[in-house]
Design a binder for this molecule. Structure first.
Ligand SMILES: *Cc1c(COP(=O)(O)O)cnc(C)c1O
Length: 392
């Protein structure tokens, strides 16, 4: 074994957490200021302003100080009341998971569930809203990461908005890796974080909240207050004139600042383009090598994660183990329903560079061949190079 499991791998190509940009690591190393120091309060206000710009929001986003599962659970706890009828859209593990939280706050839960290699059809949502005018809240995961598939949230958002419902979107693993913003999908609560395509550590939630969602949460007597799950308490925390409800994650804010600077300075369109190109090259290579993509069609395949279906008769875990021990390359497994059925190659933040598709293809193909497959790794590399060079 060339690469010991006790030493760091050479290349981490996971679907989150991802290796951070060097500039983010330097950001994390900045001084940890006292949170009530005026310099920190001004800094915090500026960081929220940068997040607002990145999210193309007209109002200030909210930062919660825990990784995005906190934001998702807080959204359910704050917005959903026992009187609400929730339509949860399920095309994967995260979509399914949100339903369990929704159910905790309202007994009225409807779901549309599709196979975990497919995406939600907007027509099915339109039909459901028509059949159930009592639906008040719709929840959807944009990029269901354990599947590597994308839901059409802008179309779904337009339908929910016309229906007069509230929309909760999990955009944790898509925001900053493709064109998606809270206003594009008319989200009332849009949940994302720095730990995926922004290339920072996984320790904060960033929330876009609409005016009407603020009003609904504030009117909800049961919405968490004086709690880690509170969104309401943090409404004005962005302002240097407001005290923090509790100590913010100062070092993480330092890292987020650096990540947002990188994103805004490189230019969002350029960042999205290198995510898309890396994924396109990866898919071309996977297919040319004789493997298949998990997503039912290219149209719904994520630009930030490529999920490759595990060939018949192969134990998925052995692929990842061989890729790491032979080549020092780390991939992500599936999760719950998709565990063992696919391997995920992340293209997020610093690893959303086409050359990493080549590294991924060689390590992945090599690992499978070590397991007895006879894949044409060279053909995969050539196909990926053709995609990359066509874009040059
Ligand atoms: C990563 C991710 C989250 C954050 O939760 P984890 O604790 O990292 O699982 C939430 N939603 C999606 C779609 C994600 O990819």
């Amino acid at each position: 074994m060339r690469y010991s499991e006790h030493a760091n791998p050479v290349i981490t190509l996971t679907a989150g957490p991802v290796n951070c940009y060097p500039e983010v690591l330097r950001g994390l190393g900045r001084t940890v200021l006292y949170d009530y120091d005026p310099a920190f309060q001004l800094f915090y206000e500026n960081v929220v302003g940068k997040a607002q710009k990145a999210m193309r929001l007209s109002s200030k986003p909210v930062i919660l100080h825990g990784e995005p599962v906190l934001g998702l659970e807080a959204a359910a706890a704050s917005l959903i009341t026992p009187d609400d009828v929730v339509l949860n859209l399920v095309s994967g593990v995260y979509g399914k998971g949100f339903g369990y939280w929704a159910k905790r706050y309202s007994p009225h839960l409807l779901e549309i569930e599709v196979p975990y290699n497919e995406a939600i059809d907007p027509q099915a949502v339109a039909d459901m809203l028509k059949a159930h005018p009592e639906i008040t809240i719709v929840s959807v995961c944009h990029h269901d990461t354990p599947s590597g598939t994308i839901n059409p949230i802008d179309e779904i958002g337009a339908l929910v908005s016309a229906h007069g419902g509230y929309l909760i979107v999990d955009a944790v693993s898509s925001f900053a890796g493709m064109k998606t913003h809270p206003d594009d999908c008319k989200a009332d609560i849009y949940v994302t974080g720095p730990g995926k395509c922004l290339g920072a550590p996984p320790a904060l939630t960033i929330l876009g909240v609409s005016e009407r969602a603020w009003a609904k949460m504030k009117a909800n007597k049961a919405a968490p207050r004086a709690s880690m799950l509170s969104i309401v308490d943090w409404e004005n925390a962005w302002s240097r004139d407001q005290p923090f409800p509790f100590t913010p994650a100062v070092a993480e804010i330092n890292g987020l600042d650096a990540a947002l600077d990188l994103y805004l300075n490189e230019g969002p369109e350029a960042v999205w383009a290198r995510h898309a190109l890396t994924a396109k090259a990866m898919r071309a290579g996977v297919v040319a090598m004789g493997l298949s993509i998990w997503a039912a069609s290219d149209k719904i395949a994520s630009p930030t994660t490529t999920s490759v279906r595990t060939p018949e008769g192969v134990d998925e875990k052995t692929i990842r183990e061989a890729a790491r021990s032979r080549y020092g390359v780390v991939f992500s497994s599936g999760r719950s329903e998709t565990l063992g059925k696919l391997t995920r190659i992340g293209h997020m933040g610093p690893t959303a560079q086409p050359i990493y598709a080549i590294a991924a293809l060689t390590a992945f193909g090599g690992a499978l061949n070590a397991a007895g497959q006879k894949l044409a790794v060279g053909k995969g590399v050539e196909a990926a190079m053709a995609v990359i060079d066509a874009d040059a």
